[in-house]
Design a protein around this ligand. Structure first.
Ligand code: PLP
Length: 443
């Protein structure tokens, strides 16, 4: 294969069958679409190239900067492609949670602006989120070429034009019975699903997202997914969630048993595919008609960038002992033992016991509105503090709050395990408190 430009290498990724000895499905052929083999390392290479290829010449002539709200693969691909064409690239993002990708972006020459934001993905319905404000501001600014991946139809078109047809071609002209993909901007799943359904209308499309308040880099969690962008619920027959732990388990199977050096979303897709297809396989087995089915899942990117992610969650995999007092180790039984107070009871308890109120949200959300007297320790920092032991006396009453009451419940469970005697969590978080009309103050 001989090319004039690296961008010619984008796409045409292999479809590799997973051995039935590994997935254990008796009646289903399961294939991995190896998007990790795109030249810049991910499924987003296609979207990035599709979004800028027509505009780079003009952008260079007019001295524009390509800008995108991305902290991961889209930013990486855009940074490389823009750089190759002599156009600067800027990534605007909430706190970068994957340090290797930040380093890589800087190495490629990207300019990074980190905001003290809240959600991982853009939520334009949340007018308080700085990412939303920046999104609105850059739309009016002609010095920028805004690729706008959450809304840009060229993101989806990249997969209508290439990823979907490639899958059909590699399956001898047939669409698979099942298509399983993780959902970030929804571009890849929407584009591929459209092409597969045009080929046959009974394809089952399974969208995968992260569990509530769990973080799998590059994809949304179940609370965020319905909010914005290219996401259309009709694309999916089912939406299921995968935990970060399950994503890592799936990733380990791909890495260790299949020879595919996939990242956590590839792992999530494999785990979700196997879990879903096991039920189908059981039914096919019971029917005993000997019918074979086929399924395809997407391996979005590579493992190398996620070492710190794995170390924080499963240190034993990297030869280290588990971190003591880590929130990732909180068990379901510990969580159910937490005292969660609804806003009315929390208000009464604040008046009666004068607890320390710890607000675990980001600094921006805190300064916009918080419970009077609350102190702000953003969740990750609070996690670091707890590594050293309890940050306040074990009988000091403490009320933990967060956006919707999930993170605070986990940290309350952890404090309890560490011997704290009087910790409670605000049920429903600051959102429930606000909706109940309870008082909030602003700095
Ligand atoms: C690692 C990873 N996996 C999956 C996805 C999801 O792809 P899409 O944005 O097409 O839904 C992304 C998107 O950024 C990603 O970075």
């Amino acid at each position: 294969m001989r090319c004039d430009s690296i961008t010619e290498v984008i796409g045409d990724t292999p479809l590799v069958r997973i051995s039935p000895e590994i997935h254990g499905l008796k009646n289903i052929d399961l294939y991995a679409k190896l998007e990790m083999l795109n030249p810049f390392g991910s499924v987003k290479d296609r979207a990035a190239w599709s979004m800028v290829r027509e505009s780079l010449g003009d952008a260079r002539a007019e001295g524009q900067t390509v800008i995108e709200l991305s902290s991961g693969n889209t930013a990486k691909a855009l940074a490389v492609i823009s750089g190759m064409h002599g156009v600067p690239f800027k990534s605007v993002t909430n706190r970068m949670k994957v340090p290797e990708i930040k380093d890589l972006l800087l190495l490629i020459g990207a300019d990074i602006e980190e905001l003290p934001g809240q959600a991982e993905c853009l939520d334009p319905t949340n007018v308080d989120d700085p990412l939303t404000r920046i999104h609105q501001a850059i739309a009016q600014d002609s010095t920028y070429l805004h690729t706008d991946q959450y809304f840009n139809q060229r993101n989806t078109a990249a997969h209508i034009d290439s990823t979907g047809p490639e899958i059909i071609a590699d399956l001898d002209g047939q669409a698979p019975d099942y298509f399983i993909a993780c959902v970030g901007t929804a571009g890849s799943s929407t584009g591929v699903a459209k092409v597969l359904r045009e080929a046959r209308d009974d394809v089952n499309v399974i969208g995968l997202v992260a569990h509530k308040s769990d973080f799998i880099p590059g994809i949304r969690n179940i609370d965020e997914v319905h909010e914005v962008g290219l996401f259309d619920p009709d694309t999916y027959d089912t939406i299921e969630s995968v935990s970060a732990d399950e994503a890592i388990d799936g990733m380990l199977d791909l890495v260790r048993r299949c020879g595919m050096l996939a990242g956590p979303t590839g792992g999530a897709a494999y785990y979700g595919a196997q879990r879903y297809l096991q039920k189908v396989d059981g039914q096919l087995e019971a029917e005993g008609l000997g019918q074979r089915r086929s399924a395809v899942f997407i391996v979005c990117d590579r493992v190398e960038s996620y070492m710190s992610y794995v170390r924080a969650r499963r240190p034993e995999l990297l030869g280290q002992t588990a971190r003591p007092h880590s929130v990732t180790t909180v068990r379901a039984d510990e969580l159910s033992g937490v005292t969660a107070l609804d806003p009315g009871d929390a208000q009464e308890w604040i008046d009666a016991a004068n607890p320390i109120v710890v607000d675990l949200r980001g600094a921006f959300a805190y300064s916009a509105s918080h419970i009077a007297g609350a102190i702000n320790i953003v969740d990750e920092l609070f996690g670091e503090l707890l590594r050293g032991g309890l940050p306040f006396g074990k009988s000091q009453p403490a009320l933990l709050t967060c956006p919707v009451g999930e993170k605070s419940a986990k940290y309350a469970a952890l404090l309890k395990r560490m011997g704290h005697e009087n910790v409670r969590s605000l049920e429903g978080g600051i959102v429930a408190w606000r909706d109940a009309g309870a008082p909030l103050v602003r700095d």
